[in-house]
Design a protein around this ligand. Sequence first.
Ligand code: APR
Length: 267
Amino acid sequence: MTSAQTTGVSRDELLSAIEEIAVILGRSTYVVGMTGAGMSVESGIPPFRGADGLWTRHGTPRMDGYSQFKKDPTGWWDRRTNQEIDAHIIELRDALAAAEPHAGHYALSELEKQGSLQSLVTQNIDALDEKAGVQNLIEIHGNRTKLRCIECGDRVSLGDFVPLYAPGPCEKCGGLMKFDTVMFGEPIPADVMATARAEIDRADCILAIGTSATVRPASGLLWIAAASGATIIEINPAETKLTPICDVSLRATAGEALPLLLDALSK
Ligand code: APR
């Protein structure tokens, strides 16, 4: 496996790396995408880390959000409905509300349709992959357009729910409802984690796009795949913790690389 570490790519280097990635995808039998916040930067949603990251600018939030919620869910919902929320949450929420899928999201959906991508595990909660038509989608950190029962895991669409009031109890089991988005300190729902792990275990190629590969357990799946011999491909304008174990690491953005990859695989 060649290791094409491309940094500061010229157009020719970009196209040559895309060709190399296309050849790898073409000869792989089960390709799983793993996307992070960088996938949606070109849709106007800021990443969390790096120069323009939300946490970089506003500081990393407390890691006990979930235990705070469970301690006093009524108080938590009251603060939400009274708009007593942090500046960075308002910035993120406004960006999420305005975001639309970009050409990279649609390219992933087309790669899935043509059989070059078998599933997509996303750490993003923005629902843009679903909007772009991705079918076999595992939203490992949840989906901002849903509520979820913390007892039975039942998920319901938020519809036009704007948190003007706390949601009622779960209609299935009477349990406590929260946003489906996974909070800091909250375990990944068991059903989602099992599905994500099953996809990773089937993969002989991982396409990691726009993730700093720093937040477990999601990022740990990348090393699990590498350990089982999967080819690891990274598309990211910056080096990450994953870069040293990648077979190909392409310094490019999702919006520029993925449509080119789709073209290369559609010839
Ligand atoms: N295209 C591709 N990648 C990009 C782009 C772009 N246009 N812009 C930035 N990136 C890269 C950055 O270089 C960085 O490596 O996207 C990555 C974003 O990293 P993070 O902000 O750490 O996002 P992510 O890896 O998804 O974080 C994981 O952390 O805070 C939690 O729940 C949050 O799901 C998130 C998790």
